[in-house]
Every structure is written in structure tokens, then in C-alpha cells.
Design a protein around this ligand. Structure first.
Ligand code: AR6
Length: 177
């Protein structure tokens, strides 16, 4: 199968998305206005400084499933890719909107020549998506799209809890990623 020819490595670690200095880009689980907020957005905006919100405003508002790219300011990365995940059971169809976030973020990264990209668990905090279901969408989307990537060589999931890290890693192994 074509996707088996991919060299993209996928890994799942426990940690803070705002502290991934070896990654070229980090992904923000954003709000539609691309402003600071709680969770991932709060951590990234706090570490990046006010420039991130100022640049982000030029792209806002975004729709569920969309991704946009900005500079990373005081973060130790080159870029931030902002995704608006679906609110579970509200923005429908949740699965395809969440899949769109991963697909669009990877496409933007690849177009920019980004090699290493770190994702948080989009939509599973404030937006209420069950973690296992979200992890399945994320991993299936990567499995389907990785053969189209020319520049991305490492996709890291940065999970906030040990339980989330185990769930993502189990599904990664199940799908032979
Ligand atoms: N590093 C990695 N993961 C984290 C971090 C961190 N520093 N902080 C939280 N998580 P959320 P959403 C986990 O709520 O569900 C925001 O306020 C968290 O435990 O950040 O897409 C925005 O402004 C959860 O598993 O994103 C939006 O309004 C996951 O990251 C809204 O929340 C995602 O949680 C977006 O909601």
C-alpha cells in the first residue's frame, strides 16, 4: 500500500506543548478568534508573548476544521499552526472536522518545509471530545495522509497526562504508525 512507503515517524510523549524546543512547529488548539485562552492556547500565548496574538488577528476568525500558520515569537520554534477543533456534539460532523484540522495542519507544515511538528490533543479539553475517539481520528488521518508529505519527517503528540499519552500511543501501535 502506498502509505507503507512513508518515512514519517509518529511518537507520543507526555509534556507541555509550549516546551518543545526541538520541534520546527507546534500546533495550537485555538479558539475562533485566535486569541489567548485556557489550556494549550493559554500556554502557547503566554510563552510566545503578545506578538503571537497580534499576528493571529490578521487571520481571524477561522472555522472549525481550519488551520492557519504564524511565526512563533518567543516560543523556541519557528512556527505556530493554529487549528480550530470541533466542539464535540455541537460542530458536526465532529470526526471529519477534527480530521480536517490534522490534514490542513500537516499540509501547511509540509508547504513551509517544516520537518518536525508537535500536536496537542485537539478538542479534548474545553471542547469535550472523548480522548480515545479523538486519538483514533488523529492517527487514522495521519495514516491516510503521510504518504503525501515531502518534508515532514516527525509528528509528535504532546499529551498532558499519562493516561492520554497511553491512549494515543496504544492507538498509534494498533495502526502500525
Ligand atoms: N501542553 C499539552 N497539552 C495541554 C496543555 C499543554 N500546556 N494544556 C492543556 N493540554 P484545550 P480544546 C491538553 O482545552 O479542547 C481554549 O481555551 C488538555 O488537557 O487546550 O481544543 C481555547 O481558547 C487537553 O487534553 O483545547 C479554545 O477556546 C488538550 O490539551 C478551547 O480551549 C486540549 O485542551 C479549545 O479547546
Amino acid at each position: 500500500m502506498q502509505q507503507e512507503l512513508s518515512n514519517v515517524k509518529v511518537e507520543c510523549v507526555r509534556g507541555d506543548i509550549a516546551d518543545q524546543p526541538d520541534m520546527d512547529a507546534v500546533v495550537n488548539s485555538a479558539n475562533a478568534q485566535l486569541r489567548s485562552g485556557g489550556g494549550v492556547a493559554g500556554a502557547l500565548h503566554a510563552a510566545a508573548g503578545p506578538g503571537l496574538e497580534q499576528e493571529s488577528q490578521r487571520h481571524a476568525p477561522i472555522e472549525p476544521g481550519d488551520a492557519v500558520i504564524t511565526e512563533a515569537y518567543d516560543l523556541p520554534n519557528d512556527y505556530v499552526i493554529h487549528c480550530l477543533g470541533p466542539v464535540y456534539d455541537d460542530d458536526e460532523p465532529s470526526d471529519s472536522l477534527l480530521a480536517s484540522c490534522y490534514r490542513e495542519a500537516l499540509k501547511l507544515a509540509d508547504e513551509k518545509g517544516i520537518g518536525k511538528i508537535a500536536f496537542p490533543s485537539i478538542s479534548t479539553g474545553t471542547f469535550g471530545y472523548p480522548v480515545e475517539a479523538a486519538a483514533r481520528v488523529a492517527m487514522h488521518t495521519i495514516k491516510r495522509t503521510r504518504s503525501e508529505l515531502d518534508n515532514v519527517v516527525l509528528i509528535r503528540f504532546v499529551l498532558h497526562t499519562e493516561s492520554d499519552q497511553r491512549i494515543y500511543d496504544d492507538i498509534r501501535k494498533e495502526l502500525s504508525l
